[in-house]
Design a protein around this ligand. Structure first.
Ligand code: PLP
Length: 379
């Protein structure tokens, strides 16, 4: 049975695309790399070239920035939570209880950053959150509250409890009237892009042509897009946002031309990306900054996990979770799916292309991982 992705091509004149001034004042001027560099266990995450996998995908170069080793927390999400909590405490010294909703990685990161700053954290998770993800939050001394509902329900509960109990809400998505903290989180993620300045982000033009960004609420992708918009206003690389087919709120939003909830079943293995509705702040950036919105079935993400875990010949082995591998899942879909041939031509993805992908999480759910890396896929 052929797999079928959904997509929306959004090719626009990039020089016309502007960032919100208030957002960009913070995003452009803050230096989260300087802050993170001083933290214990800070190391720039590795950039890995995979020549054999690139060849099999029909492209020239494939770079993976491997976030699985970030602060030994297995995910890039630490960068947003730590920077936002640091800036919050700078402006509001004292003792606080930070809270957030999460499908795993962001909550773990808020608990980690709160602990590092000798603060407390309360983390709200959807009902179907894997036990191992809950354990990871508890290991960071976060108090976990399981909400009877999905990710959106967990966000609503966190908002509510923050207001009622005076917690500081550290949510990685924004809505009307809730912008400051998400702006700081988006700015914290910029650390990853700054680390690439000695490698791929040369002063005049990037040494890559395409960037694949797996998206949940879209905050991380918006950070990457905002970075490129500031650094290369006239020659941004082509941006491809990748989502689960059954949880495709960005695709739905671009089709409706406004922030919209997915119409999908929200049944997906890519749990880190399983968010019903995009962040308002992120959407304002992504609607003009993304060239192709692509929604993929789970099998492409599984195939990507397997291709990283069982490397081709001399390529390096990489451990990626389902959401971590989803960006590569997007490239895999474009390489293999016949129905995407036309769109591939339109964006110019071919044997000359240099592609950057991020492994945004390592093995965050070990039981699932063991099963998935040997599962038969339809790819
Ligand atoms: C591993 C992983 N990758 C990517 C993302 C996407 O980030 P965002 O929700 O900001 O779009 C998430 C979100 O939780 C994640 O856990």
């Amino acid at each position: 049975m052929p797999l079928n992705c959904s997509y929306h091509l959004n090719l626009k004149e990039k020089p016309g695309f502007l960032l919100d001034r208030k957002f960009n004042r913070v995003f452009k001027n803050e230096d989260p790399l300087a802050y993170h560099s001083k933290l214990r266990r800070y190391e720039s995450t590795p950039l890995i070239l995979l020549p054999r996998l690139a060849k099999s995908m029909g492209i020239k170069e494939l770079y993976i920035k491997d976030e699985s080793r970030r602060f030994r927390q297995n995910t890039f999400k630490t960068l947003g939570a730590s920077f936002a909590i640091y800036k919050y405490l700078e402006a509001n010294p004292g003792k606080h209880i930070f809270c957030t909703a999460t499908d795993g990685n962001h909550g773990r990161s808020v608990a980690w950053a709160a602990k590092m700053n000798k603060q407390k954290a309360v983390i709200f998770v959807p009902a179907d959150t894997a036990i191992s993800r809950i354990k990871n939050i508890k290991k960071q001394r976060g108090k976990v509250i399981v909400v009877d509902g999905d990710y959106d329900a967990a966000v609503a509960r966190a908002r509510d409890e923050a207001e009622r109990n005076g917690y500081v809400l550290m949510q990685d998505m924004s809505w009307e009237g809730y912008v400051e903290i998400p702006t700081l989180i988006t700015t914290g993620y910029k650390t990853m892009m700054m680390e690439l300045e000695e490698l791929l982000h040369a002063p005049r033009e990037p040494l890559i042509d395409f960037v694949f960004l797996q998206s949940g609420v879209g905050t991380w992708a918006s950070s990457v897009v905002a970075y490129y918009r500031n650094r290369y206003p006239k020659n941004m690389p082509m941006i491809i946002a990748v989502e689960p087919l059954n949880s495709d709120s960005l695709l739905e939003s671009i089709r409706q031309d406004r922030v919209s909830k997915t119409k999908g079943s929200q049944q997906t293995l890519m749990s880190g990306l399983n968010c019903g509705t995009p962040s308002h702040l992120a959407w304002k950036i992504l609607k003009d900054g993304v060239d192709l919105f692509l929604a993929i079935p789970d099998d492409y993400a599984i195939k990507a996990m397997q291709n990283l875990y069982f490397p081709f010949r001399n390529d390096t082995q990489i451990f990626a979770g389902e959401s971590g591998a989803a960006g590569l899942g997007g490239l895999t879909a474009l390489a293999y799916e016949e129905s995407l041939e036309k769109v591939k031509k339109k964006i110019g993805l071919n044997r000359q292309s240099r592609v950057l992908i991020f492994n945004t999480e390592g093995v965050t759910d070990p039981d699932n991982f063991e099963e998935l890396i040997i599962r038969e896929t339809e790819v």
